[in-house]
Ligand binder design. Structure first.
Ligand SMILES: [Cu+2]
Length: 331
């Protein structure tokens, strides 16, 4: 039986579409979704995987068919026919990618906006570029001048509140400082400082990010969030953790020789567990203040304490860092 080419092409097209759609949903490349933003990002990623798979199958399929169909016949030493120029074909293979890129562009912008990433104030912000161009001490002075001028509340960069949440304050705010080579978390309401981040589940969390020395990047793979942290430029991330568990916090910017050790943990807990943790921290830090003098006797703690005073972290966080530091060295 001879099936017409049109029918074969149509069947191949249907098969290709089905396989691409299936792969887009079942690629298994992403870790679990643990925040309200994760589903949005995954939707975009899945669509791109579907399109990529379709193009991959189409290109590889045509290649394989050509290999088989136009194979050299035994004894045939002649050149193939010279074929060049096919205007309709060129229009098609220019137009299809152009449309795909346009659709993905509009789609990703919409998601960025839904997540709260679009901030008109940030669009006109050239401070970072100016700082990078200043030679010598000029940059440092400018960073200080900028941070003073802006004040603590100026937050133009990062994934902020989504448009529907813009008028509500977050349920919990945590200040995060990135420094070589650790993240320090401060809970302004209770004054607790810790080397790991604890948040209650299903609450609107806002974190204010600052860098003390160089550029770091705060990356939560399971939350599909990553934000550069730039000295002198406050940034924020706002998200709702939706899944109880323990997740890595990774520095995703090469920030120095021990960059690989700059990681921490994020614990998403029930409100009750979170309250317990917070209370235990408040209690142990009150304890710590009484033993500061004793702890300072250790030579390297004393050395670090001077630095800690300058960057504004307390003894408890310092000890956690020290433990972390030793771990990194023993790796
Ligand atoms: Cu870093």
């Amino acid at each position: 039986m001879n099936i017409p080419t049109n029918i074969l092409t149509m069947l191949a097209g249907i098969a290709l579409t089905l396989v691409s759609l299936w792969y887009g949903k079942n690629h298994g490349l992403m870790p679990v979704e643990a925040s309200s933003d994760a589903a949005l990002i995954d939707g975009l990623f899945d669509s791109m995987m579907t399109i990529s798979m379709g193009i991959f199958l189409l290109v590889e399929g045509v290649l394989v068919i050509c290999l088989l169909k136009f194979r050299r016949k035994p004894g045939d030493e002649t050149d193939g026919p010279a074929i060049d120029g096919n205007i309709p074909l060129e229009i098609v293979w220019t137009a299809i990618p152009a449309v795909i890129v346009l659709v993905i562009g509009v789609y990703s912008f919409d998601i960025y906006n839904q997540m709260g990433g679009f901030d008109p104030e940030a669009a006109g912000d050239s401070a970072v570029v100016q700082v990078a161009m200043m030679p010598g001490d000029g940059a440092t002075q400018m960073i200080e001048a900028q941070s003073k001028h802006r004040g603590h509340n100026h937050m133009a960069l990062g994934i902020g509140a989504s448009p529907e949440n813009a008028n509500h304050p977050a349920d919990l705010t945590v200040d995060v400082v990135g420094m070589q080579y650790a993240w320090i978390f401060t809970y302004p309401e209770s004054g607790v400082t810790a080397g790991e981040l604890h948040v209650p589940v299903n609450k609107d969390i806002r974190i204010n990010l600052q860098a003390k020395d160089v550029i770091h990047a705060f990356w939560l793979p399971e939350f599909r969030l990553k934000q550069d942290v730039i000295p002198g430029q406050g940034t924020e991330l706002r998200f709702v953790p939706t899944r109880i568990g323990e997740y890595p916090i990774i520095c995703a910017e090469l920030c120095g020789p021990y960059h690989g050790g700059m990681n921490s943990r994020l614990y998403v807990q029930t409100q009750a567990d979170y309250d317990l943790w917070l209370q235990s921290q408040v209690a142990s830090q009150a304890d710590d203040n009484q033993t500061v003098a004793a702890a300072n006797e250790a030579p390297d703690t004393r050395f670090l304490a001077a630095y800690a005073e300058r960057v504004g972290i307390d003894n408890k966080a310092l000890k956690q860092l020290h433990a972390h530091h030793s771990q990194v060295h023993s790796l």
